[in-house]
Design a protein around this ligand. Structure first.
Ligand code: CUA
Length: 321
């Protein structure tokens, strides 16, 4: 019986919630099927040609029946909608304390990096019972990150970030698939999630060479690529200071307001002329083609990490004369 499986294992908190909705929908569909088909078949038999059934067809008017078959299904389907919405909000809103992992899809592999800096290919090690948030992008075509056991399925799209989160409920190994046809080796773009006990995870995280966290790597890039030359209090150029900006609204030259998020930082690095902050000029060069997807994500992580700071001489070292 273990070999015959209609469903992958339920190994995350959302898996259970999603399956309950799924089973409820299947059960309801069966019920409706029965309500429709049992009368069809019994009437077909009762009123078959030549039967002695009463065909006088007297007029029946019943407000109770009319309103009953309108209101009862209405309530059932509104209830289903509400239920689905609650689960949807749960699935779409990662908890604040989630561990951060970045995922870059490329033909044909998954590259993953933990916030602490540890990198993996086609494997994702996570602790059990902890929320894990994935920020995902692709460096070529559309892929889709699919972990059936977690009921987790999200397109990974070049040029934008998508996110998913999960909380694994059982230790073990689970499949990762790419579920969007992405070229010759699409079917080989697979991997595994390894869910470990927290102590084992901590041990795993600390094996190998000492690591630089994603935010620290971003800070280093910020200096090496010359960002800090302009985006600092000592700069001779008039460039926005980035401390304390993340998740905050920023007015644009066009009069619009945008929130500084992954999308805005990414676009500002690659298409700096697209959304100029109010009071600044379009003088920043584009870094398109000179930074990898990972490096852009590292820079974003750095800007996120200084999201609660205020600009000062120390926080933005000026490398430029
Ligand atoms: Cu990547 Cu299919």
């Amino acid at each position: 019986m273990d070999k015959f499986r209609l469903f992958p294992p339920e190994a995350s908190t959302s898996a259970q919630q999603i399956d309950w909705i799924y089973f409820a929908l299947v059960a309801l569909t069966f019920l409706i099927c029965i309500i429709v088909f049992v009368p069809i078949i019994s009437f077909a038999i009762k009123y078959r040609r030549g039967s002695k059934a009463d065909r006088s067809n007297p007029r029946v008017e019943s407000v109770l029946i009319e309103s009953g078959w309108t209101i009862v299904p209405l309530l059932i389907f509104i209830g289903l909608f509400g239920w689905g919405a609650v689960v949807y909000f749960h699935v779409e809103n990662p908890p604040r304390d989630a561990l951060q992992v970045i995922v870059v899809g490329k033909q044909w592999m998954w590259r993953l990096q933990h916030a602490e800096g540890k990198q993996e290919i086609n494997e994702l090690h996570v602790p059990v019972a902890r929320a894990v948030e994935l920020t995902m992008t692709s460096q070529d075509v559309i892929h889709s990150f699919f972990v059936p056991a977690f009921r987790l399925h999200q397109d990974v799209v070049p040029g934008k970030y998508t996110r998913e989160w999960f909380r694994a409920t059982r230790t073990g190994e689970y499949h990762i698939f790419c579920s969007q046809y992405c070229g010759t080796q699409h079917s080989a773009m697979i991997g595994r999630v390894v869910v470990m006990e927290p102590v084992d995870y901590a041990r795993w995280l600390n094996t190998g060479q000492p690591m630089e966290s994603i935010a620290l790597a971003g800070e280093r890039l910020f200096r090496e690529r010359g960002c800090s030359g302009c985006h600092s209090v000592n700069s001779k150029f008039h460039a926005p200071l980035l401390e304390g900006t993340y998740r905050k609204p920023v007015p644009l030259e066009t009069g619009e307001m945008v929130t500084v998020d992954e999308r805005y930082v990414r676009d500002s690095i690659l298409l700096p002329g697209k959304e100029i902050a109010k009071g600044y000029q379009n003088i920043m060069p584009s870094f398109a083609g000179t930074l990898s997807e990972e490096e852009i994500m590292q820079l974003i992580a750095y800007i996120k990490s200084i999201g609660n700071q205020t600009p000062s001489n120390e926080s933005a070292p000026n490398e430029q004369r």
